[in-house]
Design a protein around this ligand. Sequence first.
Ligand SMILES: NC(=O)c1ccc[n+]([C@@H]2O[C@H](COP(=O)([O-])OP(=O)(O)OC[C@H]3O[C@@H](n4cnc5c(N)ncnc54)[C@H](O)[C@@H]3O)[C@@H](O)[C@H]2O)c1
Length: 252
Amino acid sequence: MFELTGRIAFVSGAGQSVGEGIAKVLARQGASVIVNDLHAERAEKVAAGIVEEGNRAVAAPFDVTDFDATRDGIRAAEAELGGHVDILVNNAGVAEGRVIRPFRELEPEDWRAPIDLNIFGALNCIKVVIDAMCDTGFGRVIQISSGSARTGQNINQTMYATGKSGIEGFIRHLAAETGRYGVTANIVALGHQKNLEEKMSPEMIEAILETIPIGRLGDPIEVGAFCAYLASNEAAGMTGQTLDFNGGSQTR
Ligand SMILES: NC(=O)c1ccc[n+]([C@@H]2O[C@H](COP(=O)([O-])OP(=O)(O)OC[C@H]3O[C@@H](n4cnc5c(N)ncnc54)[C@H](O)[C@@H]3O)[C@@H](O)[C@H]2O)c1
């Protein structure tokens, strides 16, 4: 069940946190994993950790918002692994250049970074891998999104939500176009994850925990396990869906 042996997976922004968890679990299920990150040392560390566990991974550091770098980086990793990407996880979504302020305090130049990464970064990766998936009759596109895409929140994340909402719409249409070729495309809308403990005060974390029925933050390995299911042969009938993975939070 949920065996990925023989598959090649590409995970963007896999140098830490959620993406690292996804990359590790896909490798544990047997996939060869291309570990992407903007920061080479992060990608290399995660890939080395996977190899240490006895599984297969290569580091592929590049910026997914740059189409040429994405095409060249994925092609080079595919050549190294001797196949094409069967499983794409668009995980990179927290843009380094983002400005976290209310919309009224943003300038037009502040709008772009989260939209570039969440929309164009994802489109670049999909464009590079989708033909081989359709031609061979198997493919899995997994888009990591957020509850922020579907509800209004007063947390200075208007542009992040714009990027996430935009790519969610695209993925539903992609699923409709590629389903007949054996290529599924789904969205995993995450709730708050463990790494927020590094970014927020204990009081803020406490307030968040009150909104999460399971009483704890999300675990990247559990997100990875869900992605392993979506990537598997057994998930062939699941496509075009937005799946909340948020500990039961109703507030998203
Ligand atoms: N952490 C949460 O609470 C949470 C909640 C909801 C959704 N999400 C989503 O989960 C995904 C992962 O979030 P995270 O918290 O693990 O992020 P993170 O910032 O901890 O890690 C993301 C990684 O992506 C890399 N990255 C950034 N821009 C890149 C680019 N242009 N090209 C390649 N790599 C790039 C970063 O270097 C970083 O290592 C994101 O899509 C995010 O929106 C996270």
